[in-house]
Write a protein that binds this ligand. Structure first.
Ligand code: PMP
Ligand code: GLU
Length: 394
């Protein structure tokens, strides 16, 4: 066996995908595992979107697409940005990619030189830190806590900025904490950023529609931030289309062009059938997917109520996305079934072994006191899982 690159050997395996694979493996061994590790809606893709994909096959959409996406899809994205976010983009500012994950990887690869720093408020989505490292950038973690609803303050942002800071990346609604930055909170961060014109902001808004508290705010809505913000979005979550692999950005033209160039050497345009289906998804009124959001809202209440009955679980009230992110540090130092729990990773593994419930350690999100539990699962699974966890820690 030859030596693999340092790039891959030093890279962490995606903890969310690893836990999902582990759950699948244990199920294969006959164990009754409840998977609450993966952030993936348990709904099927809505029928009206599936029909559009079938039509696309019949209409012989089978060739390479433009690298940055079909013109009609870019138009649908432009209309969506205007309709939902009051953001105006030209087609040259939009790039469609193989999932928002690739959008983020493109941005890292086109923006970062070795040693450039990217500020990541913790907890951040699991792949941010490794995507930055793959591009030879340096993730700069800014710890937050449950007391501030896991949000970064303007003072913390300013303290993290150095001459090497190139970007700030965050998600709102946040995976994993479910926190949402209000317009005022974003403005307060923007007031810091305007003093540092070289910092580009990556605003990951993939959970935009999974919002239980009201208005969604985008950093690019501020005129003084528009030219330096890349808005990342996609259809995986709100439209239950994780496997279709379509994400997109709207942003400054020079960044969009660079992402297009990068993607042209790595993957080309994403799948033609999926792109046609996404045109239909994005053109539909948001009311067509509301039944899923309403259901997630019910499950959020259910899981918060159930978790509140387990001593030692400290939860914030997530305002969006479909995760709870309890602080489980009260269990550290305790021994269960002969196993000492030193940290959240031990706790998550213990829950997997003792309760057959798959969760993800907060350490993968830069928050070592917490675990992430996805409630994008049936109410029966949620009830059974939390009951099992309760028994395992009692
Ligand atoms: N950003 C966040 C915050 C996510 O939770 C996910 C989950 N998959 C992604 C980006 C990537 O989404 P996808 O590649 O499926 O579009
Ligand atoms: N974003 C989802 C999650 O956080 C899907 C898994 C992944 O893409 O890593 O679980």
């Amino acid at each position: 066996m030859n030596k693999l690159s340092t790039r891959v050997t030093e890279m962490a395996t995606s903890a969310t995908l690893a836990m999902a694979a582990k759950a699948r493996e244990l199920r294969g061994e006959g164990k009754d595992i409840i998977g609450l590790s993966l952030g993936e809606p348990d709904f099927n893709t809505p029928d009206f979107i599936k029909e559009a994909a079938k039509d696309a096959i019949d209409q012989n959409y089978n060739s390479y697409t433009p690298v940055d996406g079909y013109a009609e899809l870019k138009d649908a994205i432009i209309t969506k940005f205007k309709r939902d976010n009051n953001l105006s983009y030209k087609p040259s500012q939009i790039v469609v990619s193989t999932g928002a994950k690739q959008s983020l990887a493109n941005i890292a690869l086109v923006m970062l030189d070795p040693g450039d720093e990217v500020i990541l408020p913790c907890p951040y989505w699991v792949s941010y830190s490794d995507i930055v490292k793959i591009a030879e950038g340096v993730p700069v973690e800014v710890p937050t806590s449950i007391e501030t609803d896991f949000k970064m303050t303007p003072e913390q942002l300013e303290a993290a900025i150095t001459p090497k800071t190139k970007m700030l990346w965050y998600s709102s609604p946040c995976n994993p904490s479910g926190s949402i930055y209000s317009k005022e909170e974003l403005r307060a961060l923007a007031d810091v950023l305007v003093k540092y014109p070289n910092i580009v902001v990556v605003s990951d808004e993939i959970y935009e529609h999974i919002n239980y508290v009201g208005a969604h705010a985008s950093m690019a809505q501020f005129p003084d931030m528009y030219d330096r913000t890349v808005t990342v979005n996609g259809v995986s979550k709100a439209f239950a289309m994780t496997g279709w692999r379509v994400g997109y950005i709207g942003g400054p033209e020079y960044i969009a062009r660079a992402c297009n160039k990068m993607q042209g050497q790595i993957t080309s345009g994403t799948n033609c059938i999926a792109q046609r289906a996404v045109i239909t998804a994005l053109e539909a009124p948001v009311s067509k997917i509301k039944y899923m959001i309403d259901e997630f809202k019910n499950r959020r209440k259910l899981i918060l109520d159930l978790l509140s009955e387990i001593p030692g679980f400290k939860c914030n009230e997530p305002e969006g996305a479909f995760y709870v992110f309890p602080d489980v540090s009260e269990f550290f130092g305790k021994t269960f079934g002969g196993k000492k729990i030193e940290n959240a990773t031990d706790f998550s593994l213990y829950i997997l072994e003792a309760a057959n419930v798959a969760t993800v350690t907060g350490a993968a999100f830069g928050e070592p006191d917490c675990i992430r539990i996805s409630y994008a699962a049936s109410t029966e699974s949620i009830k059974e899982a939390i009951q099992r966890i309760k028994e395992a820690v009692s």
